[in-house]
Design a protein around this ligand. Sequence first.
Ligand SMILES: *Cc1c(COP(=O)(O)O)cnc(C)c1O
Length: 346
Amino acid sequence: MKATLKINLTNIRKNWEYLNKLSGKETETSAVLKANAYGLGISEIAPVLWEAGTRSFFVATFEEAIDLHKYLPKNRKIYVLNGYHEIYKSTVDSFSIIPVINSPAQLMSFLKHHSQEKVCLQLDIGMNRLGFQRHELEKFQKTIDSLNLDLIMGHLSCADEPKNPSNKSSLQYFSSRTNTWSRIRRSLSASHGILLGKQYNFQMTRPGIALYGGIRDENLLNTISVELPILQTHDLDPGDGVGYGLTFTAKRKTKVATLFGGYADGIMRSLSQKGNLYHGNEPCPILGRISMDLITVDITRLNIIPEGLTLLGKSQTINDLADMAGSIAHDVLTNLGSRFSRSYTN
Ligand SMILES: *Cc1c(COP(=O)(O)O)cnc(C)c1O
């Protein structure tokens, strides 16, 4: 018995279409498919997004880019976010992949091996993670001008907090620093940035998590569901414990179901004693610690023993699970399903 991650491709497509509409005609909506489309599978998702009209795709590494290349027609654009290194010089040429240049060292290395290949430049606009800092931009302005620049991008650090003043100051900095390249397309917003408003969109947006429903917004659809099979049940008397460390002790007669799925499947251990699984709308609390391959759940309130319980679905979304685990939807998705089988519906 195995758990299945069910992925709704139509809803991913609809989410992309919604984001595309939000940002207006003058803005291209790309798709971020790093980490194998946040763990959901590029082989199925990339062609669906292409069909919907996506032409530009972002991944984190050259290995991901080479993989993605297999599922898309030739006239796609694939950008590599984590930067250029000379070990990938022939990859850039053979697959026409567009590296994002994040530092002066990458700039010099790129120019040593390439002359007119398309390239993207990233500015650091406050996160201090990737991208050219202000003084580096000034120092290398001439060299940058000699590039065949396809895109200039920045990345917001606090876009998921709409009221955070750093959004406006980052926007202002990005606009003013890139005005000298006004003929070159610019990109600032990932998923949360798109929802901040049109002034954040420039000529290209880069949604990732929103495609998969990982933001609470009435127009973004849920795209995944996970049902865990029940392997066995136990009847507890008051005083009986459950799981490693016996961290749960029954106060009354309790029926415990043991289900396939544990932290090796990406069900975060921090959900121990905290989260729920669902039978329809009925919550079934997680009892005791989540173990590597198994999870124990209170089903006393159900009058049947179902075949399985829902971890993710309408009753509990990736956003609900992320909140409960004290994390974000990106984390929930990329962890899930390393061992689950995947099935796709249209
Ligand atoms: C991951 C990433 C994105 C997509 O972010 P989401 O929050 O998933 O929409 C966009 N741009 C950059 C630079 C990223 O690293």
